[in-house]
Design a protein around this ligand. Sequence first.
Ligand code: GAR
Length: 215
Amino acid sequence: MKVAILISGRGSNMERLVESCKTNNKSASVELVFSNNAEASGLSFAKNNGIETSVIDHRIYEKREDFDHELDKKLRENNIDFICNAGFMRILSEDFVNNWFNKQINIHPSLLPDFKGLDVHKRVIESKTNISGCTVHLVRAGVDEGPIIGQISTKVETNDNEEILSIKVLKLEHILYPVCLKLFSDNLIQINEDKIIYSKEAIDQLDEINARLGK
Ligand code: GAR
């Protein structure tokens, strides 16, 4: 499966996906790292790892659809089969989302459907909830919407601040995202309407995360 990873900044999740595709996930290969931001620091990791990179600055397009059209073109030029959004901070138009229906996943640093959008950890801390985590989900037209593939939770301790919580959750993201991508590239899940049907191997692989984390 030829994968494109979309980033807007640091790209630490992208790094984990690339590493996993070079080691334990031979059914997927990262063919393109794309960013809407030329300054995205993750781009250099991709280049240093011999991965094709591409930047299209969204600010030069008046309409969201025009940027999305160029992105779509770039993905098709590179024969991409599947997209992973990894800290890609752009809302994608409905047409784009529909063109890549069930072929695009996203990672979000909360237990969706709670805390969609920005400033997640700040809002989690302020809410005084004692549980947070991360989610990988299929992309649908609404922001951070779509059928959930996998989640990992963590306790929010009373003395956690935004920074501590973001570090804790990011570590979990780095574990969850490669496993979820592998579920797709190994054909271990099926999607019926918006329902995810997990094979036994898929369930085992998701369970194994909890075992690894001692949960
Ligand atoms: C990650 O925490 C990811 O979950 C979040 O941006 C960060 C990117 O970090 N994404 C979203 O909030 C999307 N709604 P990274 O660039 O180091 O992977």
